[in-house]
Design a protein around this ligand. Structure first.
Ligand code: IDP
Ligand code: MG
Length: 156
């Protein structure tokens, strides 16, 4: 099983879309390993978006992400990094396909509702930035055996 860092950005919280977005992950069969409602500090935002430093949208992005509370999630599942990126849709709300979170809930290119780690390396770094080890919980969902096929031992 893999874990990823998801942030429901300030626009998702302000627009009251948190429940609907979390529901999509739950309905998909993805498990919550950690959750934190918080206001991101300037320093954490700068670290998190460090790879974008110097790009024209960087300063506005940091300002946006620190402007209002967010819901930070650690999600868990087989191939959860790729699956959640597909569920998010393309970066720009104006271009994201219908059926995706960004495609269904937004039109803006910068206020695009959700962040998700884009690789295992990024997920590891980002999870560490937002969660202490004991804030990520290992638990067995009662329906787990109906979410994956365990006939061969490993989830399929
Ligand atoms: P991603 O969130 O789909 O991984 P990135 O390219 O990593 O997209 O960009 C990080 C965030 O920066 C985006 O989610 C979006 O909020 C913002 N962003 C990216 N490109 C632009 C742009 O061209 N204009 C305004 N904001 C942008
Ligand atoms: Mg990115």
């Amino acid at each position: 099983m893999e874990r990823t860092l998801i942030i429901l950005k300030p626009d998702a919280v302000q627009r009251g879309l948190v429940g609907q977005i979390v529901s999509r992950f739950e309905q998909k069969g993805i498990q919550i390993a950690g959750a934190k409602f918080m206001k991101i500090s300037q320093q954490t935002a700068e670290t998190h978006y460090g790879p974008h430093k110097g790009k024209p949208f960087y300063e506005g992005l940091v300002k946006f992400m620190t402007s209002s509370p967010v819901l930070v999630l650690a999600l868990e599942g087989k191939d959860v990094i790729t699956i959640s990126r597909n569920m998010m849709g393309a970066t720009f709300g104006s271009k994201a396909a219908p059926g995706t979170i960004r495609g269904d809930f937004g039109v803006s290119n910068s206020f695009n509702l959700i962040h998700g780690s884009d690789s295992p390396e990024a997920a590891e770094k980002e999870l560490k930035l937002f969660f202490k080890p004991d804030e990520l919980l290992e638990w067995k969902p009662a329906v787990g055996v109906w979410v994956y096929d365990y006939a061969k031992g490993a989830p399929e």
